[in-house]
Design a protein around this ligand. Structure first.
Ligand code: ATP
Length: 225
């Protein structure tokens, strides 16, 4: 599904990532961990083609992302749902419209899609908040809305960047349950997280691989996690 082969990345100074190789198989569940600034967000961006590697190769759905034209990049991104660390909503649009934005942008018929939107808002427990504006939402509501927006195009792969940042334990468990449900539906899931308690909770429920960025490269974390 996604494969990084000997990937290196630099923002212009020294190398941030070096010789990173990993394969996310269809239907797998992964965590990505490592200290703040180690390059977790950067690695996710390399996976969805927002950044092109300085060295090595990223293959997404059997295509080399650095060789794709604009249309192919757009097609590839439709298959990947991203939950951004900062959620990024349009503050003047009601929540339902924010969640539906990927559909609107891609020109899908909203009449036909409305029941999907309703089901999705119900699934994340936000049906009652459809008309709320993003600044009125709690942290947990924002994170669930960001997850709903990431999956509205029915992606095959979900990349979630600290999806439980700034929420309490109960809410982080609720978000984890949603991500586990998506995985049970056959979606591949990669979660960047500092939250070791969350990773341990997930590992008791799903066969998850934990990858850690250390010394600029990616290592499989040991059984201590
Ligand atoms: N656009 C950019 N230009 C230059 N440097 C950047 C850019 N984006 C990130 N960096 C730097 O790259 C390093 C890795 O950033 P990144 O956000 O990938 O780390 P992270 O592991 O996700 O951190 P955190 O856990 O704090 O979110 C940091 O030192 C950051 O300042």
């Amino acid at each position: 599904m996604i494969e990084l082969e000997h990937v290196g990345y630099s923002y212009g100074g020294g190398a941030l990532l070096s010789d990173v190789s990993v394969r996310l198989a269809p239907g797998s569940f992964h965590f990505l961990t490592g200290p703040s600034g180690a390059g977790k967000t950067t690695l996710l961006k390399l996976c969805y083609g927002a950044l092109v590697p300085t060295s090595g190769r990223v293959q997404a759905f059997d295509l080399d992302v650095s060789t794709l034209d604009r249309d192919q990049v757009a097609m590839m991104r439709r298959r990947i749902g991203v939950v951004h660390q900062d959620c990024r909503f349009l503050d003047h649009l009601p929540l339902a419209d924010n969640i539906a934005l990927p559909l609107t942008v891609s020109g899908r018929d909203m009449g036909a899609e409305n029941s999907n939107l309703g089901e999705l808002m119900n699934w994340v427990g936000l049906s009652e908040r459809a008309d709320a504006l993003p600044p009125e939402l709690s942290g947990g509501e924002r994170q669930r809305a960001a997850l709903a927006r990431a999956v509205i195009m029915s992606p095959d792969l979900i990349l979630a960047d600290e999806p439980t940042g700034n929420v309490d334990w109960e809410m982080s468990q609720r978000l984890l349950r949603l991500l586990l449900e998506l995985n049970k539906m056959g979606k591949t899931v990669l979660i960047a997280s500092h939250d070791l308690a969350l990773i341990r909770a997930a590992k008791s429920q799903v066969q998850a691989r934990v990858l850690r960025i250390s010394d600029k490269t990616l290592q499989l974390a040991g059984a201590d996690l």
